[in-house]
Design a protein around this ligand. Structure first.
Ligand SMILES: [Zn+2]
Length: 102
């Protein structure tokens, strides 16, 4: 009997997996472990985790990496637009007050 026939339940997703599909949570990158713990709050890196969960954790980690800069970029553009609008308003106000002052 080899390990391929041993079925264990993954502590994270609670799905039955073959024993050789599970690895120790300590062997996976911490940033991926954080993602798995986020997706499965009952799981901790002290436990084993199946390769499906590891893949989902990696996907979640990469998504976070991709989303971060895009959000930052659009926020920065918005701030720039607001600043330009504020400058325009200021100029208009100056012109108006100058006109009314005459
Ligand atoms: Zn799992």
């Amino acid at each position: 009997m080899t390990s391929e026939h041993i079925v264990v339940v993954c502590p994270a997703c609670q799905q039955p997996r073959h024993a050789d599909q599970l690895i120790s949570g300590k062997l996976i990158p911490p940033e991926v472990a954080v993602q798995i713990a986020h997706q499965h709050p009952d799981w901790s890196p002290d436990q084993c985790v199946c390769e499906v969960c590891v893949r989902q954790g990696k996907a979640g980690y990469l998504e976070g990496l991709l989303e971060g800069p895009i959000i930052l970029f659009s926020q920065r553009k918005q701030a720039q637009r607001d600043r330009m609008r504020a400058q325009n308003d200021y100029r208009v106000n100056l012109k108006e007050s100058w006109k009314s002052g005459i």
